[in-house]
Ligand binder design. Structure first.
Ligand SMILES: Cc1cc2nc3c(=O)[nH]c(=O)nc-3n(C[C@H](O)[C@H](O)[C@H](O)COP(=O)(O)O)c2cc1C
Length: 262
């Protein structure tokens, strides 16, 4: 699919074909898309553990449910649990920056050398970052960037996906991750049981309230011509509406077929 169409068709899919298996190669492609994401200091804090729902004991799956994700995790055949590994910087120190230097990504034109990494970047930027109380917030941003690429890859392959919260204490029984990893979200993956449109593109706050030019309060001008171009390219699809009778029927049919409350 074209990039803009993938962005446009992605929405949180909460109805999956519960018994339709997802091919291992498609899961791998999701992880590969995460891996090629950009990451501050090339640290790559994001770690992921894939667990097939049917490998989870029913009693544990019950314990993994919370009020906002219970039916999503129950319907999705594949769970990808995302974590951040805060220990990575102390392991790699400046080595991944030196790698970037060696392959011509970080160059002397911009002040980079191995000496610069050892004497400036590691002691003055990287080490203090790990000591900062906001370090987990900073690395969460990087993890989100990477996970987002994986989400888009899922849709590019015709799958559906929805990020949800997870219950780390119960999930850890399966994932067995080191105790210092920070649990973030799980990506629920499967073949959608709902239509690809899934009722349309979900509501968003107005563009003008979110994005600014030069300073806060001065909205970035939204050119209607650009909006039209994005409608044509597929980045914008039909907006979801409360009065969409077709969607209401789709939900009723799904509830009946998947044995969900209505
Ligand atoms: C990090 C993250 C966590 C989320 N957690 C949940 C969740 O626990 N349960 C849920 O139903 N949806 C969850 N969502 C989906 C959002 O509620 C979603 O953005 C919203 O439904 C509308 O946008 P969308 O359909 O375009 O994704 C999460 C989304 C993100 C990005």
């Amino acid at each position: 699919m074209e990039f803009q169409q993938v962005v446009g068709i992605r929405r949180s899919i909460r109805y999956f074909e519960p018994d339709k298996p997802v091919e291992q190669e498609k899961i791998q492609k999701i992880l590969e898309a995460c891996r090629v994401a950009s990451c501050a200091v090339n640290a790559h804090w994001l770690k992921a553990v894939v667990v097939r729902r049917d490998d989870i004991a029913p009693a544990d799956l019950e314990k993994m449910k919370n009020p906002v994700q219970a039916n999503v995790i129950a319907l999705a055949p594949v769970h990808i649990y995302f974590y951040g590994d805060p220990g990575v910087v102390n392991q790699i120190k400046g080595s991944r920056l030196k790698q970037l230097h060696d392959v011509g990504a970080l160059n002397p034109t911009h002040g980079w050398s191995h000496k610069f990494v050892d004497e400036v970047v590691y002691p003055q930027i990287l080490k203090p970052l790990t000591d900062n109380p906001f370090y987990p917030v900073a690395l969460a941003f990087d993890c989100g960037v990477a996970a987002c690429q994986g989400v888009l890859m899922a849709f590019d392959q015709g799958l559906g996906a929805c990020l949800t919260a997870f219950v780390p204490e119960v999930v850890a029984k399966y994932t067995k991750v080191p105790g210092n990893w920070i649990p973030f979200y799980q990506l629920n993956v499967g073949y959608p049981a709902e239509s690809r449109e899934a009722g349309g593109q979900r509501p968003r706050p107005p563009f003008e309230e979110q994005y600014f030019l030069n300073q806060y309060g001065s909205s970035f001008p939204r050119d209607p011509k650009v909006v039209k171009e994005l409608e044509a390219s597929g980045l914008f699809t039909t907006p979801a509406r409360p009065d969409n009778a077709e969607r209401r029927k789709e939900i009723r049919d799904l509830a009946r077929r998947l044995n969900l409350p209505m």
